[in-house]
Design a protein around this ligand. Structure first.
Ligand SMILES: Cc1ncc(C[n+]2csc(CCOP(=O)(O)OP(=O)(O)O)c2C)c(N)n1
Ligand SMILES: [Mg+2]
Length: 357
C-alpha cells in the first residue's frame, strides 16, 4: 500500500505592486496614511544613513560596510510590526530595524567605525548586536524565544537571516528547536538573491526558502520583500500567532549594491538584473502610492531629505568625536576580567602603553 501521508504548499503575498497600487481586501486597516508616511520616511532615512556609511568608508573615515540599498522594505516593514517589548535578533544587514527601533544613529556609525561601544544600545531598542558569523544568531534567537515562553513574558522574538544563512546547520537547528517547543519566534529570511558571489540558485534546490519551515513543522510564507505593506502584514500576523509557535517569512528582495565595500559585484553578476530590480524599488512604490493620494510631492521630498541629511551629519559628527578608552580592549570578552587580562592591563598601564596616539 502506498498513501499520501503529508502534503503542503507555500503561499506568496504581495499587497502593494510596483506602481503603488494596492490589493484593497488584503490591505491592513491599521496602516493609516500617517503610518504609511512614517514607513516611507523610515525607509528613506535607512537609505540615507546607508549612503553616508558607504561614503565614509570610501573616504577612509569608517571600516568595511555592508550596504542595505534596496532591502529597506524588509527591515522597516518587519520593524513596524514589532510590538514595543518584542526582541529582534539581526544578522548584519538589518540597518533599518535599528533605525526604526530608534537606535541613536551615531551608535550605528560608531559600530561600523570599528568600536564595540556602538553595540551598547539603549535597552528600549530591544535588539541584539549584529552577528557577522553567518546564522550563528539563529540558535540564540530560538533560545531567547523559548525563554520568553518559559518566563511567560508574552513577548516574541524576530530573527533575521540571509538566503545564504539558511544553508547553515544553525538555521535548521533553530527552526527545529523552535518548532518542537512552539517558541514565539518569527524568522525573517532576507533573501536578497546573493550570498556574496553565490547566487540563490546555487544556495538550495528548494523552490522556495520558506518551504524549509515545512520540514520543521512550522508555518512558512513567501512575500514580496520590496513591498513594505506585505512584509508588515506577514510579520504582524506571525507575531499575533506567535503564542502558538514559530513562522518563517521569506522576503524576496534584491541586493542592489555590493556585498560589502570590499566587494566588486560586476565580476560575478549581470548588471542588467540590477536595472530590472530598480523598477521594483520599495521606496519608489510607496512614494507613488502616497503621491496618488496627494500625500507626497517633490517639495515634501526635498524637505524630508534635507532634514534627514542634517540629522545624519550631526550623528556622524558625534561618532567621529568619540574618544575610545584603550582599556576597552581588555573588557567585554568576559562578564568579569580574569586575572590574566588584569595583569596585562596593569603591565600596559605601567609601561605607558596609552601615551600618545
Ligand atoms: C559562518 C560564516 N561563514 C562564512 C562567512 C563569510 N560570509 C560573510 S557574509 C556571507 C554571505 C551571507 O549571505 P546571506 O546569508 O545571503 O546574507 P547577505 O550577505 O546576502 O545579507 C559569508 C559567506 C561568515 N561571516 N560566517
Ligand atoms: Mg543574501
Amino acid at each position: 500500500m502506498i498513501k499520501e501521508v503529508f502534503s503542503a504548499n507555500i503561499k506568496y503575498m504581495q499587497i502593494m505592486d510596483e506602481k503603488g497600487n494596492v490589493d484593497a481586501p488584503l490591505f491592513p486597516k491599521e496602516l493609516s496614511d500617517q503610518k504609511l508616511l512614517e514607513m516611507l520616511k523610515l525607509m528613506m532615512l535607512t537609505r540615507n544613513v546607508d549612503a553616508k556609511a558607504v561614503s565614509l568608508q570610501r573616504q577612509g573615515r569608517s571600516a568595511t560596510y555592508a550596504p542595505s540599498l534596496g532591502e529597506e522594505a524588509v527591515n522597516i516593514g518587519t520593524a513596524m510590526a514589532l510590538r514595543k517589548d518584542d526582541i529582534f535578533v539581526p544578522a548584519f544587514r538589518q540597518h533599518g530595524v535599528y533605525i526604526a527601533r530608534s537606535l541613536p544613529i551615531h551608535l550605528f556609525y560608531l559600530y561600523w567605525m570599528g568600536f564595540e561601544e556602538g553595540n551598547v544600545m539603549p535597552p528600549e531598542v530591544r535588539g541584539f548586536p549584529m552577528a557577522v558569523p553567518v546564522s550563528t544568531q539563529m540558535p540564540h534567537a530560538a533560545g531567547i524565544a523559548f525563554a520568553q515562553k518559559y518566563k511567560k513574558t508574552g513577548n516574541a522574538v524576530v530573527a533575521y537571516v540571509g538566503d545564504g544563512g539558511t544553508s547553515e546547520g544553525d538555521f535548521y537547528e533553530a527552526i527545529n528547536f523552535a518548532g518542537v517547543w512552539k517558541a514565539p519566534l518569527v524568522v525573517i529570511i532576507q533573501n536578497n538573491g546573493w550570498a556574496i558571489s553565490v547566487p540563490r540558485s546555487k544556495q538550495s534546490a528548494a523552490q522556495t526558502l520558506a518551504q524549509k519551515a515545512i520540514a520543521a513543522g512550522i508555518l512558512g510564507i513567501q512575500v514580496d520583500g520590496n513591498d513594505p505593506v506585505a512584509v508588515y502584514k506577514a510579520t504582524s500576523e506571525a507575531l499575533a500567532n506567535s503564542p502558538n509557535g514559530p513562522t518563517v517569512i521569506e522576503c524576496l528582495t534584491y541586493r542592489m549594491g555590493m556585498h560589502t565595500t570590499s566587494d566588486e559585484p560586476s565580476k560575478y553578476r549581470n548588471e542588467g538584473d540590477v536595472e530590472a530590480w530598480k523598477l521594483k524599488d520599495p521606496i519608489l512604490r510607496l512614494k507613488l502610492h502616497l503621491a496618488n493620494k496627494g500625500l507626497w510631492n517633490e517639495k515634501i521630498e526635498e524637505e524630508v531629505s534635507n532634514e534627514q541629511k542634517e540629522l545624519i551629519d550631526k550623528e556622524v559628527e558625534i561618532a567621529e568625536s568619540f574618544k575610545p578608552d584603550p582599556r576597552s580592549i581588555f573588557q567585554h570578552v568576559y562578564s568579569f576580567m580574569p586575572d590574566v587580562l588584569k595583569g596585562e592591563l596593569e603591565e600596559s598601564e605601567a609601561n605607558g602603553f596609552w601615551e600618545g596616539e
